[in-house]
Design a protein around this ligand. Structure first.
Ligand code: FEO
Length: 402
């Protein structure tokens, strides 16, 4: 085993032994321009325990980091907090190599791992609230179903006050810095928000309950050790408060105007809407799907109060770029939004009806009359767009004040 890679100690008994993926740029449709890390943690207790593993192709990096602390064959237990393959891709090969005495996962995790790997390894289920003795210290388990898979759970090492929070509190960010306090806070907030918007957002009601559940444990936390990005060891309320804010999804003084365009007609309308809203004091983001990635759109929607969408009609449909982003946004279930629709067409004009239907499915409250134009908007239609913007702005201000 080479000595390129080394572990990083994060607390008295815990080492980070994960992998840095500098190259990944796509996580099932979520663009990750700054790479990621797959965090695994080694607990040097009487029963040496590995918390989570890494993506399949990074197993040697993980084993090499473990070997800088202890021979991997000395590991007694492996705990899988989350079955998704970025944390279990190498699990079976790691089990074969390490030959641990026991492997643990939540009850749903045990089933999920069998469904993924179709292997007969004896993985032991642990219950919500169960304590596992590691000899000279304990590991406690807390189910966190649907954050963000049914199998998900947190583990807590009481002795060092470390909460292993799997995907929660994480971010896709490849760095050599292992602690959040070594990075600028605006970078942390942006990356954590992008991660929340693209991964955790649909489960916001569950997040609120989980935050209460974690608080009710009375456990004393010194570190949050997620499965992606840096470890939080200072000012834990920074990420806790952000999670609470994002999960609450309260309407904010911000509108996102999303559109795609063929010959600039829909774009002219989008600009008229955005300008009029900005004049009314709304913070507006104008995003053209001809240029922008869907991940950026949902990041902007995360803290918005209004979503206004526009598309020309192409072959009796919305433009494919708009179909892409609307499917993505709908799946991520942002809530408490008001909205409106606009678009242009040559002869049939279905796009606005299709967009209205999607917004209704998303439970977006459509508060202004749709504006649709044949071919190119003139001054009269652009004034209608400005009026649409003013109407949405007025309603948004009212809802924020309520
Ligand atoms: Fe990082 Fe849900 O896996």
């Amino acid at each position: 085993m080479n000595n390129i890679y080394s572990a990083i100690q994060i607390s008295e008994h815990v080492y980070w032994v994960g992998a840095i993926d500098w190259s990944i740029r796509d996580f099932h449709g979520y663009t990750t321009p700054h790479g990621s890390t797959y965090n695994a943690y080694l607990v040097m207790a009487d029963k040496i325990t590995l918390i989570d593993t890494v993506k399949s192709s990074f197993m040697d990096e993980m084993l090499s980091r473990i070997a800088s602390v202890v021979d991997p064959s000395k590991i007694d237990y492996i705990v899988s907090n989350h079955s998704e393959q970025d944390h279990t891709g190498c699990l079976l090969r790691a089990i074969d190599r390490i030959k641990p005495e026991k492997v643990f996962a939540s009850a749903v995790g045990v089933k999920t791992l069998k469904e993924i790997f179709h292997a007969q390894h004896d993985i032991q289920p642990v219950k919500d609230g169960e304590t596992l003795s590691l000899g000279n210290m304990d590991l406690r388990f807390l189910e966190t179903r649907m954050i963000h898979w049914p199998d998900s759970m947190f583990s807590y090492l009481e002795k060092d006050g470390v909460l292993f929070s799997q995907d929660a509190f994480g971010m896709h960010l490849a760095t050599f810095e292992r602690f959040a306090d070594q990075l600028p806070s605006d970078m942390l907030e942006y990356e954590a928000a992008t991660y929340y918007a693209n991964i955790v957002l649909p489960y916001s009601p569950v997040v609120l309950k989980a935050l209460d559940k974690v608080a009710a444990t009375g456990w004393s936390f010194k570190l949050f050790a997620p499965d992606h990005g840096p470890v939080w060891r200072q000012n834990l309320s920074f990420i806790l408060d952000l999670y609470k804010k994002w999960a609450l999804q309260k309407p904010a003084n911000k509108a996102v105007v999303v559109y795609a365009t063929m010959w600039h007609s829909t774009e002219m309308m989008a600009k008229a809407i955005a300008e009029s809203m900005a004049r009314e004091g709304i913070r507006v983001k104008l995003l053209s799907m001809n240029e922008v990635h869907r991940s950026e759109v949902i990041y902007e929607v995360l803290e918005a109060g209004a979503l206004i969408v526009g598309s020309p009609t192409l072959n009796n449909n919305i433009l494919p770029q708009m179909a892409d982003v609307m499917t993505y946004i709908k799946g991520l279930k942002p809530s408490h939004l008001i909205g409106a629709v606009f678009g242009s067409y040559g002869w049939s004009g279905e796009s606005v009806k299709d967009l209205e239907a999607i917004l209704k499915e998303m439970k977006v409250d459509i508060v202004a009359e749709t504006v649709s134009v044949k071919h190119v908007p003139g001054e009269d239609v652009l004034e209608k767009c400005s009026e649409l913007g003013r109407t949405v702005a007025a309603e948004l201000k009212k809802r924020i004040a309520d």
